[in-house]
Design a protein around this ligand. Structure first.
Ligand SMILES: C[S@@+](CC[C@H](N)C(=O)[O-])C[C@H]1O[C@@H](n2cnc3c(N)ncnc32)[C@H](O)[C@@H]1O
Length: 271
C-alpha cells in the first residue's frame, strides 16, 4: 500500500524531486559502508561480441554496476578530457571512469549533499572531485566540459527538458552526452522527442532492459543478503523495492516489457 502510494505521488514533479532528495540524503546518513558505492541496477553482457572491461580483483564484486557505466560511457573517448557526471550518487561510477577511462578531470555532481560528502571522503583523488548541484540548474559555466554522463538518475528530476537544456549549455561544441535510465514505454517515446528537441545529434540509441534484468537476476541473492545484514527489519521492504529484487515493480516491469531502459549517445554539433 505504501509503495503504491509513493508511486502515485511520484508522478507529480515537485513531489518527485523532494521525495528523491530526502530518500538519498537519508540513505547516505544511514548507510556509511564504503563498499556500497553504486546505486544502479547493473548491466550484464549478453552479446558475445561485447568486450567486458578488465577489472582489478577488488572491483570484481561490482562488475555489473561498473559494466553499466562502461557500456554507457566508453563510446565517448574521454581520455584527457573534462568529464562531468550528473547524479553521481555514492561516487563509484565517477571513480571507475576516472580510474579506467582516464579523463583529465572527472567531476561528479549530485543533489544529495551527504552523498557528495561521502563520495569525496571515499573516492576523492587528484582529478576526481564531487560537488553538490541540481541537474536542472548545473553550477557550471557554459561550454565548460567535453562529456556529460548520466546514469539512472533522470527519473528523479522534476523537468527532463530543463536538464537536457543544461547538458547542451555546459557541453563544448562537439561534446558528448552519455545517457541511460528507466522509463515506461510511453515515457521512452517522450524522452526520444525531448532529446531530438535539443538539437544534439543522436549517434547511438539502444534499450538495455534485457541486460539490466539479467544483472538483477545475477545479483539478487547478494542484494538480499546485504540488505538483511545491514538494515533493520522494518526497512527491508522499501530497500528491496528500491534495489529491484525479484518480484519488485522494477523487476516485473522489465520482465513484462512495460519498463524499458533507454540508452543514448548524443553529440552537440561542432561550432
Ligand atoms: C539511482 S541513484 C544513481 C546514482 C549513480 N548514478 C549510480 O549509478 O550509482 C540516482 C542519483 O541521482 C541523484 N539525483 C536525483 N535528483 C537529482 C538532481 N535534480 N540533480 C542531481 N542529482 C540528482 C540522487 O541523489 C541519486 O544519488
Amino acid at each position: 500500500m505504501i509503495t503504491w502510494l509513493v508511486r502515485v505521488l511520484l508522478r507529480w514533479p515537485p513531489l518527485r524531486r523532494l521525495f528523491w532528495r530526502r530518500w538519498y540524503q537519508a540513505l547516505t546518513k544511514r548507510q556509511q559502508q564504503s563498499d556500497f558505492v553504486f546505486m544502479n541496477y547493473g548491466y550484464r553482457i549478453l552479446d558475445g561480441s561485447e568486450v567486458a572491461p578488465d577489472l582489478d580483483e577488488e572491483h570484481e564484486p561490482q562488475r555489473n554496476w561498473i559494466q553499466l557505466y562502461h557500456h554507457v560511457a566508453s563510446k565517448a573517448n574521454m581520455t584527457g578530457k573534462q568529464v562531468v557526471e550528473v547524479g553521481s550518487g555514492r561516487g563509484g561510477g565517477a571513480a571507475y571512469l576516472h580510474r579506467y577511462l582516464k579523463p583529465a578531470d572527472m567531476l561528479g555532481i549530485d543533489l544529495a549533499s551527504r552523498a557528495v560528502d561521502f563520495s569525496n571522503r571515499v573516492h576523492g583523488a587528484d582529478g576526481l572531485t564531487y560537488m553538490q548541484g541540481d541537474a536542472e540548474a548545473l553550477p557550471l559555466e557554459d561550454a565548460s566540459c567535453d562529456v556529460v554522463v548520466n546514469v539512472e538518475s533522470s527519473h528523479c528530476y522534476g523537468s527532463m527538458p530543463k536538464f537536457l537544456a543544461e547538458v547542451s549549455r555546459i557541453l563544448r561544441p562537439g561534446g558528448y552526452f552519455c545517457y541511460a535510465d528507466l522509463r515506461t514505454v510511453d515515457g521512452a517515446a517522450v524522452l526520444h522527442r525531448q532529446l531530438e528537441g535539443t538539437g544534439m545529434t543522436i549517434l547511438h540509441r539502444g534499450d538495455l532492459a534485457e541486460n539490466v534484468l539479467a544483472a538483477l537476476r545475477e545479483d539478487n541473492a547478494m542484494k538480499l543478503d546485504y540488505i538483511h545484514e545491514v538494515a533493520p527489519k522494518w526497512l527491508w521492504e522499501p530497500l528491496e523495492t528500491f534495489a529491484g529484487v525479484e518480484g519488485s515493480a522494477i523487476w516485473r516491469g522489465l520482465e513484462s516489457g512495460d519498463t524499458v531502459y533507454p540508452h543514448y549517445l548524443a553529440q552537440k554539433p561542432a561550432a
